[in-house]
Design a protein around this ligand. Structure first.
Ligand code: GLU
Length: 281
């Protein structure tokens, strides 16, 4: 069996111990399987991506002992591919424009129903205010959203026709999670030409990624990705969601937690072996 794993950081801040764990784990698994490890720079958000962080990523990963083939895929080079995928979802009638600002969404969401999640992988779950707007109405200030209910029906139909089951496969979808805890995700953000979810699905397929090693924090996002793969007729990789690295108080590390930046440990004289030990490898 072929094994191609990847590490896909966004150059929006320093890599910290959590990233090191994810990258090293993907690398070790690929090595153990006699497979390949790829690097991808997820710089679709050009307003937050910085060349200095990209350089630092290469430097830190090299220092950790990781090697990867060139050229490295960069999302900012791939807007055409994302557009094609978007067109396919538009052809299925699953996309609508939305001009709601954060405050509009908060007001429209109203008081939460007891026991229902308020936040999903993209922040506050969208209440569906613009769902009936036609695509022909889209303006430059709009984002484009996936109509989750329609997307689930389209996916169920397709899978059912192919397999006789509604949600088959190694990563069966949970329609209730997608509707209640995820909602109408953004496919194209303002001034970006795509979104994380759309890009990552297209990129993993184009790089022939067979195994995605990512943190437990992306568990619900993976449901979105499997759904999009079904709709776009792309293969679904095997997903491994690893534990999250936490600080001494038990809080999981965020990108802005510069105190755990690999570069800082390097400056303080830590060795790559010590970083491995810190993350439990
Ligand atoms: N750019 C994402 C991150 O840094 C990639 C995660 C993934 O898709 O596995 O969190």
């Amino acid at each position: 069996m072929t094994f191609t794993a990847r590490f896909a950081p966004s150059p929006t801040g320093p890599l910290h111990l959590g990233h090191a764990y994810s990258a090293l784990l993907a690398y070790d698994l690929a090595q153990a399987a006699g497979g390949e490890f790829l690097l991808r720079i997820e710089d679709i958000d050009q307003s937050r991506s910085r060349p200095q962080w990209e350089t630092q990523i290469y430097d830190d990963l090299h220092w950790l002992g990781l090697r990867w083939p060139q050229p490295v895929m960069r999302q900012s080079d791939r807007l055409g591919q994302y557009r094609q995928a978007l067109e396919a979802l538009i052809d299925l009638g699953l996309v609508y424009p939305c001009g709601c600002k954060r405050a509009d969404i908060e007001t429209a969401a109203g008081a939460p129903q007891e026991g229902m999640p308020q936040f999903g992988p993209d922040g506050r779950i969208y209440p569906g205010t613009c769902r009936k707007r036609p695509l022909s109405d889209a303006g430059s200030q709009d984002v484009l959203r996936l109509d989750m209910n329609k997307a689930i029906i389209a996916s169920e139909l397709r899978t059912f026709c192919e397999t006789g089951e509604a949600f088959a496969g190694a990563h069966p979808l949970d329609a209730n999670t997608l509707l209640d805890a995820v909602g109408d995700i953004i496919l194209v953000r303002r001034n970006m030409g795509s979104s994380y979810h759309l890009s990552v699905v297209v990129d993993d397929a184009d790089q022939n990624i067979t195994h995605v090693v990512r943190g437990q924090d992306l568990f619900d996002a993976t449901q979105i990705h499997v759904l999009l793969q079904g709709l776009l007729e792309l293969p679904t990789p095997v997903y491994h969601h690893h534990r999250l690295i936490r600080d001494t108080t038990g809080k999981r590390l965020a990108k802005r937690d510069d105190a755990r930046a690999i570069s800082l440990y390097r400056q303080q004289g830590a060795s790559p072996a010590e970083i491995r030990a810190m993350v439990g490898l």
